[in-house]
Design a binder for this molecule. Structure first.
Ligand SMILES: Nc1ncnc2c1ncn2[C@@H]1O[C@H](COP(=O)(O)OP(=O)(O)O)[C@@H](O)[C@H]1O
Ligand SMILES: [Mg+2]
Length: 155
């Protein structure tokens, strides 16, 4: 198992969240699924924002797709599908959002995966974010399936 997954990360400020999201961004390839769990305000969208910005290499706006539930970002590497399942009423609704297309060709970043647990693939990375205080977080990576074999790029 790679170093990336050995630890829970003790994050002391936004900058460290940004660095960690960039590291994760380097590992992503088409058809990857990363879920984000944690309370409201834990920093799920913030992590996703930094990750997307590091891939497009621009500080584009990234906000929670609270009402549309999904927002797609075209990048040079792959389309990124950012889901926020918080307002999903029925887990079946994910298919109306283009979930199958996301899984087949994009990178899927999913906030509130608990809302559609039954449709999560076995190969995925779960990111759990816990608030410690105003800027401090504990961020934990839990790899499932094929993700257990990923190695981060050095440097
Ligand atoms: N280290 C940190 N990592 C992530 N967010 C942080 C951190 N420190 C402070 N914050 C703040 O916490 C808030 C997290 O909000 P958001 O990302 O929308 O949470 P969520 O999507 O989990 O509801 C933002 O205002 C962000 O600036
Ligand atoms: Mg959010």
């Amino acid at each position: 198992m790679s170093i990336l997954f050995l630890h829970k990360y003790n994050i002391s400020d936004l900058q460290e969240t940004k660095k960690l999201s960039e590291k994760l961004g380097e590992l992503l390839t088409p058809r990857d699924i990363v879920t984000f769990s944690g309370n409201l305000g834990a920093g799920k969208t913030t992590f996703v924002k930094f990750l997307i910005q590091s891939i497009v290499k621009q500080e584009i706006p990234v906000t929670s797709p609270t009402f549309n539930l999904v927002q797609i970002y075209e990048t040079k590497k792959f389309p990124i599908w950012h889901f926020d399942m918080y307002r999903l009423r029925d887990s079946d609704e994910v298919f109306e959002l283009g979930y199958e297309e996301a899984l087949s060709e994009g990178v899927s970043l999913i906030e509130w995966p608990e809302k559609m647990q039954e449709f999560l693939p076995k190969d995925r990375l779960d990111v759990i974010i816990k608030t410690v205080d105003v800027n401090k977080r504990v961020i934990e990576f839990i790899p499932h399936g094929e993700w257990k074999n990923r190695t981060p790029k050095q440097g």
